[in-house]
Design a protein around this ligand. Structure first.
Ligand SMILES: [Ca+2]
Length: 533
């Protein structure tokens, strides 16, 4: 596929059903399995399904068949699965080394299993990322990449793909959504989940529960129990370092502390009910942080997430993995835990798979955000990030009502940019247009502020990454950008306000951040846009 910004709205032809077992494909190594999974089992540890099969000599490939059989006398129960998500969060937890924040419950969870330091979502906003995560497929492949697709425009999943709660339900699991959020850009013939709480399951029925801790989505609450001093946090260099920015940043970290306690309560319930030993727990962010240049964009602030997994008796505790993993890997892994084979091979990889090879690249895409039209694609290795801007003619900070209503830093950075007070690294994101290509050398530029796409020394690297990105775009049947999409959406006029208007917004935010004033209006109508979430 070339870089032509054209495409149609129709989905591609149906691919052939996958034949055979998910675990049988080529290209897998044994690195992860040996290093992270299946460490020595503690003496006297409870035997779960996997260790039972291991002990009895059954191969892992026996798992999918076993789901059709009734449990024999003495066979251990199938593991429960608890998938915990936090909204809008990068790895800003103390176990990841984030400054100022204290997250003992998630730190403990990480210490009891494996913590991934290079985990990324495939999208940078709720519905696109969650559509991918609940199916195991990149969101563009399933036509679910536009946030938010209007209700009447949502289509069923193509190719016979099913959301994983349906696959687990069909395998006998009790599935429950313990909050109210699924937020996907497709429709299904029945709700994703059967119930609301694992306590409603039948006796001896395993459960698959999903819970999102929503507080980390703006607006944030302060943490009176453990307030954080703004002097104790670390501000990325792409933001101005002043008290206004530090206060906003710190408020986000205090909300993360509240989320940590929320997750701690849920984990304590597993303990109290005697379920922890036979429950695989996943914790993940649904995409990056809700700050300017984070959520909605493909820099690490938008796609780098915390991710951890605990499964007593199977996943060795105290592990830290720097493997390149994606949020959609959780789907394949959960299906493995449950012993379920999906009808088509997922884009995500089963992290528990023996002989799994280490992935070199992860990929992400950005499409419509509410009614803000833009399109980006990204490939990331441990050393480099390449971003292809399919609509470089639009500003990064073109109108998006959500950001205008919710991000104090957007107002401040607009003012500082108009006054020429930003550093070049900070001003980059406030430009009226984008470069078509962005390349960052993460070895020397982990904050992605020095675009080296035009530097002679990086041309070979850029060509290689661009070629790999194009291969991926073909794989996901990327439809690119249609002329209609390019011209549509909210007004692309930039800047979105005058200096005086932005200065007035800064004062509103300053009163909110420092003086306890109410949150600025959240329903204002900007340039004729409609209010969107
Ligand atoms: Ca979210």
């Amino acid at each position: 596929m070339g870089l032509r910004p054209t495409g149609t709205a129709s989905l591609p032809e149906l691919p052939p059903p996958r034949i055979g077992n998910l675990r049988g494909g080529p290209g897998w190594g044994k690195v992860f399995y040996e290093r992270v999974i299946c460490g020595p089992q503690p003496k006297g540890a409870p035997m779960n399904r996997r260790s039972f099969l291991k002990a009895t000599g059954l191969s892992a490939t026996a798992l999918p068949l076993a789901r059709h059989l009734s449990l024999a006398a003495g066979e251990p129960p199938r593991p429960n699965i608890l998938w915990i998500m936090a909204e809008d969060i990068c790895p800003d937890l103390s176990c990841y080394g984030a400054k100022g924040v204290h997250t003992p419950h998630l730190d403990k969870l990480a210490s009891e299993g494996v913590r991934f330091t290079n985990a990324f979502t495939t999208g940078a906003v709720c519905s696109a990322s969650r559509s991918a995560m609940i199916t195991g497929f990149h969101q563009n492949y399933i036509g679910a990449h536009q946030h938010r697709t209007p209700k009447n425009d949502k289509k069923p999943l193509p190719y016979g793909i099913k959301p994983i709660p349906h696959l687990l339900e069909e395998a006998g699991y009790y599935t429950c959504l313990m909050d109210r959020k699924t937020d996907c850009n497709f429709v299904t013939d029945r709700p994703f989940f059967v119930g609301k709480d694992w306590k409603e399951r039948k006796a001896d029925q395993p459960f698959f529960a999903q819970y999102t801790s929503h507080g980390t989505h703006r607006r944030w609450n302060r943490d009176p129990e453990r307030p954080i001093d703004i002097k104790d946090v670390e501000i990325p260099p792409y933001y101005p370092d002043n008290d206004y920015v530090r206060r906003d940043w710190t408020n986000g970290l205090e909300q993360i502390q509240l989320m940590d306690r929320d997750v701690g309560s849920l984990l304590r319930r597993l303990d109290d009910e005697g379920l922890a030993d036979n429950t695989a727990v996943f914790f993940i962010g649904d995409h990056g942080r809700c700050h300017i240049r984070g959520k909605q964009f493909l820099y690490d602030g938008g796609i780098h997430i915390p991710m951890m997994m605990r499964w007593p008796g199977t996943v060795q505790p105290g592990q830290v993995s720097d493997d390149m993993v994606m949020s959609i890997d959780i789907c394949a892994t959960i299906l493995n835990v449950a012993g379920v084979t999906p009808p088509h091979e997922l884009h995500g990889e089963d992290l528990l798979r023996p002989n799994r090879s280490e992935r070199e690249y992860v990929f992400a895409a950005r499409g419509k955000m509410d009614s803000t039209h833009d399109a980006m694609r990204a490939i990331r290795s441990k050393d480099f990030k390449y971003i292809l801007n399919l609509m470089p003619e639009r500003a990064y900070c073109q109108l998006n009502e959500y950001k205008e209503r919710m991000y104090p830093m957007l107002a401040l950075m607009n003012v500082m940019n108009m006054k020429g007070e930003l550093t070049p690294e900070q001003a980059h994101f406030m430009a009226a247009k984008k470069s078509q290509e962005e390349l960052y050398d993460l070895r020397t530029d982990p904050h992605e502020v020095h675009n080296v796409a035009s530097a002679p020394a990086y041309q070979d690297t850029k060509r290689k990454l661009r070629a790999e990105l194009e291969k991926w775009r073909e794989k996901i049947k990327d439809q690119g950008v249609s002329d209609e999409f390019r011209q549509g959406g909210w007004p692309s006029t930039y800047p979105t306000r005058t200096l005086e208007e932005w200065e007035a917004k800064v004062e509103e935010w300053r009163a909110y951040l420092f003086d306890g004033a109410p949150h600025p209006r959240t329903k204002e109508n900007i340039h004729g846009s409609r209010s969107g979430p």
